[in-house]
Every structure is written in C-alpha cells, then in structure tokens.
Design a protein around this ligand. Structure first.
Ligand code: ARG
Length: 588
C-alpha cells in the first residue's frame, strides 16, 4: 500500500484529470500550517487556475466536488487563495499503521527500477594521514551506499586509494636515503624481493612529510621524487615491489580504522590498479584524436562554448611521460565499465575538486567511455574550526581522523557521566556505549547538514543528549527498547493499532513519511533528509509517550495498540540509524 500522502495524491490527481487538468497538480504534501486538524495539503489549484483561466478557488471547489464521499478523506476545506486542506480518514490511518508495523522495511517498498550504482568514496592516500575531509567523504559515502542499497539498487563501493602519484616517489626516495642498501634500489638486482615490508605504518607516516618538506625547499630533491614516480609508473621492478609493501602496510592500518568507524567498502582498489590499462587508453585517445599534443604533453581539451569559466585541458601524460590524477580516474572509469558496468557512478569528494571532476567527466564523455549524466560528483563542503576557517590542530596542522574520533569518544564518555547514563552496565559495556555515542555524535553532525554546507566542529553541541543530535536519537531508541523489555516482562504483546488520540495519529503520520525521506535522500544524494525524518519521528514518539500511557493504559486494546505503535517506531528508528551508519546500544 502506498503512503497516505501518495494515496491522497492519487485521488486528487484523478480529480484534476477529470477536470481536464494535469494529474501532477494533485500532489499532496504534509502541511505545516495546522497539522493537527489538516495534516495534508494540495496547492495545485493555483497553477491550474493559470492554465484554465479560472479562479483558483473555483478549481479547488471542483476538485473537492470530485472527491466528495471518498472513504479516504475524512474532511477537506478550501483555504486562502485556493489551498486544499485534507484530513485522512481514521480507517486509512489505521490500515497504514498496521502495514508499517507488519513490514520489516517499515513501510518503504523496494524500487521498481533498480540500477547498478558505483560509489567512489573515502579516497585516503597511501602514507598520508587521513584528514577531516576524508572523514566527511567516508561518513557521507557510507550513508549513501546504505541508502541506495535500501532503495533496492545494486551497489558496489570502492575506496579508490591514492597510491600512484608523487607521494609514492617521495616515499621511495626518502626510504632510499635512510636505507640505501635495500635491494629495491639496485636497478640490476634480479633476485626475489623480501616478502616482509621494510617499513611499518609509523615509518610511512614519518617518511612522507619528511620528503615533502625537503622537496618544498629543494628543487633537486623534488626532481628526484618526480623521477622515481615516473620510473615506478614505467614499471621498475624494485619500485613496484616497494609500492606493493607500502600499499599492504597502509591498507592493513586503514582497514582497522574504517572498521572502527563502521564504514565498509566492497572494493579496496586504488589508482595503481588501473596501471595496466593506461598505455592502451592513451594510445586509443591519441588514435581517435581525443587527445592532442601540447608542449610535449598529451591533453584532452574539455572547454566548451558558453562555459562560464575557462576549464583547463585535462593532462593525460606530462612532458616527462607521467600519468596524472585525471589519467588514473579515466582508466578507472574504463576498468569499471569493463568489470562492473555501472549505470551511475557517484564520486563523494570535496567541493574543491569540482574542476577535476568536470574535466574527467567531459573527457570520459568525449572518449565515449561514459555518457556525462552517468558520472556525478557528489560534492561536500568543509569542516571548520570555531574561527570559521578550515579545522586545524593547535599547531596549525590538518586534523587527523583518529584524533578527532578519540576526542569525540572521550567527550561522549564525559557526557554519559554528567547525565548519569550507562552507569550500571559494567566497564566494558560502558566503553562500548561511549564509543557508539561518540561516533553517533560526529557522524550525525556531519550528515544532518545538506552536504555542501560548511559546518563548525563543536563537540559540546554534537555530544549533547538534547536537541537534534546523534546521541539524542540513540537515547530515543534506547527508551523504546526499555519499554519493549518491560512489556515482555509484563507479558503484553503488540495488537491491532487504533490511532485514537492526536498524538497517536501524529506518530502514524510521522511513520508514514519515511518513504518520502528515503526517496529525497537518494534523489539529492543527501542523507540529511533521513536525519530530519529520524528527528521528527523521535519527537513524535516522545510526545506520544508522554501523552499516552502504554503499559498502564486503561483498556487491554489500548495497551496492545500502543505497544504495536512503539514497536513500529523502534523498527523504523533503527532503520534510520542504520541508514546513517549509527548504532544504538540495548541500554544506557
Ligand atoms: N585520493 C583523493 C584525495 O585524497 C580522493 C580520491 C577521490 N576519488 C577519485 N576517483 N578521484 O583527494
């Protein structure tokens, strides 16, 4: 059964059609004016009046006449210039509530038109520490993969590691400075390379900044790294063996970090994985005239007439013969086309890379690799410090993801103590709860804004149990779970739902809106619609819970009906949390 809003839209659409007007004008949406009396409205009479050259109120009246006596509608009225206000019938509300309560998807059907969706997110760089931009990409990308899967799409996610650029040349040359006798640097070496990596994650974290600092001050040092990068890409065996070690060491550490964050990737591929495709791709681009020579380099010209700002050509091969970020992205599109065949690819990456993706998408389109609309840059803004500028550490460095998470968990722990929560669950469980609360705090804070909005990192606000926060939602879920346990202990089971009070009705209508939120979140690639929905639902439950006693309700029917409502709320709330990548403890 469709949602109540959809059922009403259907009826009003019929009415508009019967008047010879477009069905779409019958779209019904939740109303904010006076939702207690008329929870829904339709504003189609105004545009209809323009088309039909009639007074909007007359059209609204004709629509009401056409739906008169419909069992779905309890009352309807015309307001203001021609708004149609609607109140659905009690039976319709109860029927929909029963359906949501019985459905493991809490009332949201699987899409009839599933697609194959590739999601490229996370994107950490080997050897460079992850920063807060990678956190945004990870949290947002993970929520999007959950959302599209829930919608019914076939999703493949890929971390797309940065493992092919200059940083690899930096690592190689810096390691050579420290340990020149390793066999990897001997161009004539023909034996087997050691299977154990010559570095650990700490070494990598040290080597990269060391080299990058030197290269900034010394052009010769930079040239050395460049040369090593080109040799690596050209296939120098010792360098390739080192690359493998660097990637393995880095991936092992990243897998731990992402698991702790609750973020999953189907594929752990990187830029270096498409290396074998690059020569062929370049030859093909040259042969077909997609690429042109320019000052010794090969480029794809992507500027178009009518561009508002000039878009530089994409550099496919530098004059030194190296491939760049755009080249690996194009080869990756080719690889995905051959191995996965996505209908849609989403790149969840910082707004600052907008030009890069515009270049890549246009080049891919020009080369016939992927039609332009099938590739999409899902942009996001910055996380700022209290000064409104990009978040920095006290000494001005970029924030490390691991430190950020640790500080959130610590603050969550303090918050739990302040609120007297999770006190008597044992030390181990307490730590687990603090972790969930801390992660929920930063993830929710990130997701609740529309993604291109910049926001200020404010742990005090994020970890609060009051207001629109992750911890508030976890606490709301925990309260319902505790009610469920008490109901079970008292031997009360859920029964048929009858939404008789305004609070019960409001709760059902909140539940009813979940599908629209999922659709909107998928459509806009923006999980904030789920954050809004979860918050509205939690608030509607809270109002219901304080106005309508459940286990101490008078009648048996009332008790079991209200319990069924609570159970449906918990199920939907937990689905929302799951879509956002949050987890609620059993108690706290
Ligand atoms: N490694 C890149 C960075 O740190 C992000 C990769 C994004 N994905 C892509 N296909 N380019 O900026």
């Amino acid at each position: 059964m469709p949602s109540i809003a959809e059922q009403l839209s259907e009826r009003l659409g019929d009415a508009f059609a019967s008047l010879g007007l477009p069905r779409e004008l019958g779209r019904v949406t939740p109303s904010r004016q006076n939702p207690d009396v008329f929870p829904f409205q339709c504003n189609g009479a105004m545009p209809a009046a323009k088309q039909a050259r009639k007074a909007p109120r007359d059209i609204a009246q004709a629509v009401l006449d056409a739906v008169a006596g419909d069992a779905l509608i309890e009352t309807a009225e015309i307001a203001g210039p021609g708004f149609v206000n609607l109140r659905p019938a009690k039976a319709a509300i109860n029927a929909r509530a029963a359906e949501i309560a019985a459905d493991e998807r809490a009332g949201v059907p699987v899409t009839a038109a599933p697609r194959k969706v590739m999601i490229d997110f996370g994107g950490p760089n080997v050897a460079k520490p992850m920063h807060v931009g990678h956190l945004r990409s990870s949290v947002l990308g993970d929520s999007l993969q959950r959302l599209f899967r829930f919608r019914g799409d076939d999703v493949v996610s890929d971390i797309h590691l940065g493992d092919w650029g200059l940083q690899m040349g930096h690592l190689i040359t810096e390691l050579e400075d420290e340990q020149p006798d390793l066999p990897y640097f001997d161009a004539d070496y023909e034996g087997e390379y050691p299977s154990q990596p010559p570095v650990d994650i700490e070494d990598l974290a040290r080597l990269y900044p060391q080299a990058s600092k030197k290269a900034k001050e010394d052009p010769e040092r930079l040239a050395k790294s460049r040369k090593a990068t080109a040799e690596l890409q050209a296939g120098r065996a010792g360098y390739r063996a080192l690359l493998r070690h660097f990637i393995d060491v880095s991936v092992a550490a990243l897998k731990k970090d992402f698991a702790a964050l609750g973020v999953h990737f189907d594929l752990w591929k990187g830029e270096s994985d498409v290396n074998d495709l690059i020569d062929g791709l370049i030859a093909d681009f040259k042969a077909r005239g997609v690429a042109e020579e320019s000052e010794g380099a090969w480029v794809v010209r992507v500027a178009r007439d009518g561009d508002k700002k000039e878009l530089a050509p994409l550099i496919l091969v530098t004059s030194e013969g190296s491939s760049l970020y755009g080249t690996t992205d194009l080869a990756t599109i080719l690889d995905r086309k051959q191995t996965i065949g996505p209908d849609l690819t989403l790149y969840v990456v910082d707004l600052a890379q907008s030009d890069h993706f515009e270049q890549v998408f246009r080049a891919a389109d020009k080369a016939g690799l992927a039609p332009e609309g099938s590739l999409e840059h899902v942009k996001f803004g910055t996380v700022n410090g209290p000064d409104g500028k990009r978040l920095r550490t006290r000494d001005g460095g970029t924030f490390r993801l691991a430190d950020l998470i640790a500080s959130a968990i610590k603050r969550a722990d303090e918050r739990l103590h302040e609120a007297g929560l999770a006190e008597d669950v044992g030390a181990e469980e307490h730590d687990r709860v603090a972790r969930m609360v801390g992660l929920a705090a930063i993830k929710f804070a990130d997701l609740q804004n529309y993604r291109t909005t910049n926001y200020v990192f404010d742990l005090d606000r994020f970890t609060s149990f009051e207001g629109k926060t992750g911890p508030y939602l976890l606490y709301a879920a925990v309260r319902v779970k505790s009610l469920m346990r008490r109901a079970e202990a008292a031997g009360v089971a859920a029964g048929p739902i009858s939404a008789d009070t305004p609070e019960e009705r409001e709760l059902v209508l909140a539940l009813d809106a979940f599908g629209a939120a999922v659709e909107q979140a998928c459509e806009n690639r923006a999980p904030n619609a789920i954050c809004d929905h979860a918050f509205t639902l939690a608030q509607a439950f809270s109002k219901f819970y304080s106005a309508c006693p459940v286990l101490s309700a008078d009648g048996e029917g009332e008790k079991t009906s209200r319990l069924a409502l609570a159970e449906a709320t918990l199920k939907q709330l937990e689905l929302c949390l799951e879509l956002l990548g949050l987890e609620a403890p059993a108690r706290m």
